[in-house]
Design a protein around this ligand. Structure first.
Ligand SMILES: [Zn+2]
Length: 181
């Protein structure tokens, strides 16, 4: 196992730092990746204090992108850290592993963003059907909730718009024909 572990980490979590893959096991219905966070410190979400004092650990089970037609669950051991900043309301806090966990999140970031893309492209009934096909079934309400959690796009104030500067649609329906000068 030790020999293939670096290859597994590269394959599964190539873009993530501080994640150690311990094992990968596949049953008939699910692929389970055992992993743990190895970051030495974590930042308190209450005050920004960087703590290295571990209070305890516990498992989280974020769902990941399916592989080989099976759902994937990451059994990820994360830690609670002690916040030593006296004025902070949090005495302890859970670490988040960028890319794998977010507060109260049940999915890895890559599964989350894939589901959001499906929700945006295929709203209504087609979205849940598509998630079913690709092995990470979620309800329409979940897709809508994920989309609603996206940050608002930045508001830009349009400059003065005149008839002169509006784009016109090409009569053949091929798209925009350009801008009038
Ligand atoms: Zn704090």
């Amino acid at each position: 196992m030790n020999k293939i572990r670096p290859e597994l980490e590269e394959l599964l979590f190539s873009s993530l730092e501080n994640v150690l893959v311990e094992s990968v096991a596949a049953t008939d219905i699910v692929v389970r990746i055992e992993a743990l966070s190895t970051a030495r410190q974590a930042t308190s979400p209450g005050c920004g204090y960087l703590s290295g004092r571990i209070h305890g650990s516990y498992p989280r089970f974020p769902h990941d992108l399916p592989t080989a037609g099976k759902p994937v669950v990451v059994a990820l051991r994360v830690r609670r850290f002690v916040c030593a900043e006296g004025s902070c309301s949090r005495k302890t806090f859970a670490e988040q592993v960028p890319g794998l966990t977010r507060r109260f999140g049940r999915r890895t970031e890559r599964l989350r963003s894939t589901l959001i893309s499906i929700g945006l492209a295929l709203a209504g009934r087609a979205g849940p059907r598509m998630t079913d096909v690709f092995g990470a079934p979620v309800s329409r309400n979940t897709l809508l909730r994920l989309i609603a959690s996206l940050p608002d796009p930045p508001v830009t104030t349009p400059r003065a718009v005149g008839v002169e500067s509006t784009a016109v649609r090409c009569p053949t329906g091929q798209g925009l024909s350009g801008q009038r000068e």
